[in-house]
Design a protein around this ligand. Structure first.
Ligand SMILES: Cc1cc2nc3c(=O)[nH]c(=O)nc-3n(C[C@H](O)[C@H](O)[C@H](O)COP(=O)(O)O)c2cc1C
Length: 325
């Protein structure tokens, strides 16, 4: 695929973008996704992972919030029981463009229940899940996994083939093992080996932190698409900037601190609408360091914003930060 191509076919769906928002629990909620979509109308958006078991009891709250503007959107489910995963997919189908299956989460509490990246140790079960989910829904089904459980059991190539056999319409591979968790660097060179091994498209993932690394990752991995997670925290315009380059060859400068804070104000408003004022204010605190990174002055304002609970006061602090830059 030429780096300037701008389409990906996933099953019967054609996406007009090679970019996707990687799922991030506690971050890629309805508010953050709405903001991404404001700037990019075409990238694939993914929800944070939804436990298939919790879905059976509708114990999901704000996590299920969505609207049609978010489309194309992949709803990601986690679990290890094919019949429950199939039921969860069926519940989500009316909201989703794609069902994505989590086979990469490294967290102890997830893998000890045989979910997430533990599925890379039980490839036949992982395939059964894909088969069951495919049978249950009429929309494309994708999987997200890692290079393997550990350096010694790097089975991503066979695993990718097996998921394809099960009916997966595309895959996303985070170029680290489970043992690495988030340490070291993503090994993009490994992903190029997927070319020729599978016929379905693959998204490369891991350590795409800005515009330059996005282009480099596309070049090295020869991937059909890229999935960006942490690089988008505090920089939701990243997707539209990369897409603009892939379409036109023109580079859009990264937003200034002042512009980032304008986006932060919108983000704050969306979180308070989603969660109620106080919960929204508390929830957004994890995003502040990302939005205001690089700020030189106003250390006392930086400290104050992390504890302030009054909406109007927060806005006036943000205005002051903008004035000091
Ligand atoms: C806070 C956080 C939450 C995450 N939650 C999920 C998740 O729910 N599902 C999933 O498949 N991956 C999850 N991931 C992994 C990311 O999707 C991605 O694979 C990883 O962060 C590497 O990509 P990046 O370097 O672009 O962030 C999470 C990562 C982070 C940092």
């Amino acid at each position: 695929m030429d780096i300037k191509d701008n389409e990906i076919k996933i099953g019967n769906l054609t996406l007009q973008s090679r970019l996707s928002v990687a799922p991030m629990a506690g971050l890629t909620d309805f508010a953050m996704r709405t903001l991404v979509r404001e700037y990019s109308k075409t990238c694939l958006i993914t929800t944070e992972m939804l436990s298939s078991e919790a879905l059976m009891f509708r114990q999901t709250g704000a996590i299920l919030e969505t609207n049609d503007l978010e489309k194309p959107i992949a709803f990601q489910i986690s679990g290890h029981k094919p019949e429950i995963m199939a039921k969860a997919a069926k519940i989500l189908e009316p909201k989703a463009t794609i069902i994505d299956i989590n086979m990469g989460c490294p967290i102890h509490k997830i893998v000890k229940g045989n979910d997430g990246s533990a599925l890379m140790n039980t490839p036949e079960l992982a395939k059964d899940i894909v088969v069951a989910v495919k049978e249950a829904v009429n929309i494309p089904v994708t999987c997200k996994f890692r290079l393997g459980w550990s350096q010694e059991s790097m089975n991503y190539l066979e695993f990718a083939q097996l998921m394809q056999e099960g009916g997966a319409d595309a895959i996303t591979v985070h170029a680290r093992t489970r043992a690495q968790q988030y340490s070291g660097s993503a090994d993009w060179e490994k992903l190029v080996l997927l070319k020729g091994e599978i016929d379905i498209p693959y998204f490369a993932n891991g350590d795409i932190v800005d515009f330059e690394s996005a282009i480099k990752c596309l070049e090295i991995t020869k991937a059909d698409g890229i999935a960006i997670g942490r690089g988008a925290i505090g920089d939701v315009t990243l997707f539209s900037r990369i897409e603009h380059y892939l379409k036109t060859g023109k580079i859009t400068p990264a937003p200034s601190l002042r512009e980032r804070i304008e986006v932060l104000k919108k983000h704050l408003k969306l979180e308070t609408e989603l969660r109620g004022e106080l919960n929204g204010i508390k929830f957004i605190r994890k995003f502040y360091p990302f939005y205001i990174k690089g700020i030189k002055g106003a250390p006392e304002l930086r400290g104050k914003i992390m504890t302030e609970e009054n909406y109007k006061t927060i806005l006036s602090i943000l205005n002051k930060i903008q004035e000091t830059e």
